[in-house]
Design a protein around this ligand. Structure first.
Ligand code: F6P
Length: 322
């Protein structure tokens, strides 16, 4: 290929900039022209496309957000709209795409490839870590670290006042963030996404801790379909169990901030691998991270939804919250 486009799509995640930098520098090093497509698929449809140079991506490896901006583009579900996108790419002489994003972005990439035969490499970028075919997605580690820092702060005040806090973390339908945060903050209980809430167990875990002299309790809540679940749990605990609890929704602070070294490292490796893959003729793959290494996995394997194995992590949380 002679030129490629790179875009970020869906929710941003810390490390996306490190990946963009890596894509641009690797491509230029191989003699491939690079175009930044701004604001995801929406920007592609608007023709918001600009050539990038080595210096366009200077001083961004450490920055959160994405210099390319991003969006959630509902219209991209329509075949005619995807056809328009394909025309725009061909008019701009862009021969291949690197799409950095999550499940929705990858589903869009898959159909665009199937319908218009455009070579596309996906780079998994979402704080949720919920993409199948890869053990890791860029931004997860930073989001977990941000949430852990916040929960540590909450633990200080909770201890000082002998309070119980429900702390809600992001992750949409997945519980990956909640489980890691639960382990790393010594949470007394984790409420998983999309599972019946076991109020008796929550109350029992809190009372058990209080009985053996704990001065605070932290319950991590995976947000589920929409944020605010922790307020509902708080109301039920107060009205039906006569328990006084506080709720705190961490929200979008988890999406911003400087990427950790791990996210910068994996993003740099994935950006490099994505361009090499296009250069070598791969047409519909994802830069997956499995067993400590980057490997190319067919995009079709990365849009199935990730199965969560929660039991081992839950067991650890239970064992240590004794
Ligand atoms: O997918 C990333 C994510 O941050 C989820 O964890 C969260 O549920 C969602 O995006 C929030 O999306 P928005 O910023 O569009 O409200």
């Amino acid at each position: 290929i002679k030129s490629l486009g790179v875009l970020c799509s869906g929710g941003d995640s810390p490390g996306m900039n490190s990946a963009v930098r890596s894509v641009v520098r690797t491509a230029i090093g191989l003699g491939i022209e690079v175009y930044g497509i701004y604001k995801g698929y929406s920007g592609l449809l608007e023709g918001n496309i600009h050539k990038l140079s080595l210096s366009s991506v200077g001083n961004i490896i450490q920055r959160g957000g994405t210099i390319l901006d991003t969006s959630r583009c509902e219209e991209f579900h329509t075949p005619g709209i995807r056809q328009e996108a394909a025309h725009i790419l061909s008019r701009k002489h862009i021969d291949g795409l690197v799409v950095i994003g999550g499940n929705g972005s990858f589903a869009g990439a898959m159909t665009l490839h199937q319908e218009h035969d455009i070579p596309i490499i996906g780079i998994p970028g979402t704080i949720d870590n919920d993409i199948s075919g890869t053990e890791y997605t860029i931004g997860f580690n930073t989001a977990v670290q941000t949430a852990v820092n916040a929960v540590d702060n909450i633990r200080d005040t909770a201890s000082a006042h002998a309070r119980t806090f429900l702390v809600e973390v992001m992750g949409r339908r997945s519980s990956f963030i909640a489980l890691q945060v639960g382990i790393c903050t010594g949470a007394e209980h984790v409420v998983l996404s999309n599972q019946a809430i076991d109020y008796e167990k929550i109350v029992n875990d809190i009372n058990k801790g209080t009985a053996r002299g704990k001065t605070s309790s932290i319950i991590i809540v995976a947000e589920g379909e929409k944020s605010g679940l922790s307020y509902e749990i708080k109301d039920t605990l107060m009205t039906q169990y006569d328990l006084s609890v506080h709720a705190c929704v961490l929200g979008h602070i988890q999406r911003g901030g400087r990427p950790t070294a791990l996210d910068r490292l994996i993003a740099s490796q994935m950006g490099y691998a994505a361009v090499q893959a296009l250069h070598q003729g791969l047409r519909c793959h994802v830069t997956a991270f499995n067993k400590g290494e980057i490997e190319m996995v067919p995009l079709s394997e990365c849009i199935r939804g990730k199965t969560e194995s929660t039991e081992a992590q839950l067991e650890l949380i239970r064992a240590l919250a004794i």
